[in-house]
Design a binder for this molecule. Structure first.
Ligand code: DQA
Length: 148
């Protein structure tokens, strides 16, 4: 049997990592995150695919695909976290299918502006990791690997 597939989905503006608010999100870019996830996946026996989109419909579609392909999800919903019921409904189909969905935030939204304190994704996520920079993705992958 090959390595278990995991999809790491990043929402809007995360293609701007390294340029956008480096004091909040760090100096590393999405390509660095991609290579780290690849490396961590190899260490954990996971086949990790990192995606990013600014388009809500595309992110929703990736949740549907994860269900159809029985693939656990690491999701940084970015700003969709705070208001997208469409994404929450799509993400709940992942967990309803018995697949893990780990919500990740690079920063700690609870320690920032008031509008970031609410997540419409947390209530349906398997679990949430926030505030540890890119390491949060590694922790999410470890949680998925540990569940096998
Ligand atoms: C974020 C936090 C969100 O509030 C914000 O909209 C993002 C990134 C994070 O990774 O810390 O774009 O999800």
């Amino acid at each position: 049997m090959g390595a278990e597939r995991v999809v790491v989905v990043n929402g809007p503006n995360l293609g701007r990592l390294g340029v956008r608010d480096p004091e909040v999100y760090g100096h590393d870019d999405l390509e660095k995150l991609r290579s780290l996830c690849d490396q961590w996946g190899n260490e954990l026996g996971l086949d990790v695919e990192v995606r990013q989109s600014d388009d809500e419909a595309e992110v929703i579609h990736w949740m549907h695909r994860a269900v159809d392909e029985s693939t656990p999800v690491v999701l940084n919903p970015a700003a969709f976290t705070h208001y997208s019921y469409g994404l929450a409904d799509a993400a709940s189909q992942v967990t309803d299918a018995g697949l893990m969905l780990v919500e990740v935030h690079i920063s700690n939204p609870a320690a920032r502006e008031a509008f970031r304190r609410r997540s419409v994704i947390s209530p349906i996520a398997t679990g949430t990791i926030a505030g540890f920079g890119f390491t949060g993705y590694r922790l999410a992958l470890e949680a998925i690997a540990a569940k096998r």
